[in-house]
Write a protein that binds this ligand. Structure first.
Ligand code: ZN
Length: 90
């Protein structure tokens, strides 16, 4: 599963709306991918805030939005190279 697919499926997974296979793929990915793991943590934080009827942290919301739109428009950002070991070698 790619970061882009994870970004799309993440919300449904954390809401318990994704099917089992998708949820497992996302879980596996976020364990291996530091960037997606981080965003998952941020997303959980937001959900927890909402569950407690607090106002979600605005910075966290903005970061999550950036993350999602960056992935959907431009593909995985710089952290991808680091994780995959594809640095370009220059
Ligand atoms: Zn990822």
């Amino acid at each position: 599963m790619t970061c882009r697919e994870v970004a799309r499926a993440l919300q449904a997974c954390l809401d318990g709306e994704a099917d089992e296979v998708t949820a497992r793929r996302v879980a596996t990915h976020v364990e291996d991918c530091r960037r997606c793991g981080l965003e998952t943590a941020v997303y959980r934080e937001i959900k927890n805030s909402l569950a407690r009827q607090e106002v979600p942290d605005e910075k966290a919301m903005a970061r999550l939005r950036d993350f999602g739109s960056a992935l959907l428009t431009a593909g995985p950002p710089e952290a991808y190279d680091e994780a995959a070991g594809l640095g370009g070698g220059r």
